[in-house]
Design a protein around this ligand. Structure first.
Ligand code: ZN
Ligand code: ZN
Length: 255
């Protein structure tokens, strides 16, 4: 499986784009960046969009994508998440006020957006990719994921989270995980703000790694606020840890 990083920053500013990963050709994980990073021909191949939570930096790529698909005619995408996340989207986005209800446009049977509910902590297979949502600790209902291809190899993604327990417990038990993409948005001096906004600092991630004996796993730091990126990287580098890398926009990871 190829994991193409369309965006991985904690804000949209300058060249930095927000969270979205393309798995192979047809599977998006979060939709913070879509049309800015993909050509028209590739947009047509997207079939599933897995959503971790409803903050705009993970959703806003849906607007231009769906608009483009409507213009192409006869295309549809499946919006995939747990019920609480889909409910927020239905009630607050697809409400004909902020955005049209694309689950009935152009008709119910040919709708551009189909909603697909998946259960918490159980694997669901979509296009040979298995996804297992795990509840995180953020300011709104948020799930991270265990994502595997059909040979069992996979990776994990915290989505947005502050210090949390369940995800790391699940990680301890998961084998054949090539890497874990983890949210570190703020430097250590802004620990209070990190907790308040449901994100982590370098110290918080390293404490979680140590508390759960995950020191032998490979981590990619994601969702850094661009203004703090240098400071965050310096803090990790001072720790001397060899298993922590920094996710880069446009790079392609292989699982
Ligand atoms: Zn968020
Ligand atoms: Zn975010």
């Amino acid at each position: 499986m190829r994991v193409r990083i369309l965006g991985c920053s904690g804000n949209l500013v300058g060249k930095y784009r927000t969270t979205s990963f393309l798995l192979d050709d047809s599977f998006l994980v979060d939709a913070g960046t879509v049309t800015e990073a993909m050509g028209r021909r590739d947009l047509r191949k997207i079939r599933h969009i897995l959503i971790s939570h409803t903050h705009m930096d993970h959703l806003k790529g849906l607007f231009p994508l769906v608009d483009e698909l409507v213009m192409m005619g006869d295309y549809s995408v499946e919006l995939v998440s747990v019920a609480p996340v889909l409910d927020i989207i239905t009630n607050n986005l697809l409400n004909n006020l902020i955005w049209p209800d694309f689950t009935v446009i152009p008709s119910v049977s040919k709708a551009v957006i189909r909603l697909k509910e998946i259960p918490l902590e159980r694997p669901t297979v979509l296009d040979r990719i298995s996804v297992t949502p795990v509840l995180m600790t953020h300011t709104v209902y948020t799930v991270g994921f265990v994502i595997r291809q059909d040979d069992g190899q996979g990776f994990m993604f915290t989505a947005d989270t502050g210090p949390t327990k369940r995800f790391w417990e699940v990680a301890e038990g998961e084998r054949d995980i090539r890497f874990i993409i983890a949210d570190v948005s703020f430097p250590n001096r802004l620990a209070d703000l990190a907790i308040l906004s449901g994100h982590m600092t370098p110290s918080m991630l390293m404490e979680s790694i140590d508390a759960h004996e995950l020191g032998d796993r490979l981590f990619y730091v994601s969702h850094m606020k661009p203004v703090f990126a240098r400071e965050i990287i310096a803090e990790f580098e001072r720790s001397g840890r060899k298993n922590i890398r920094f996710l880069r926009q446009s790079e392609i990871l292989t699982v």
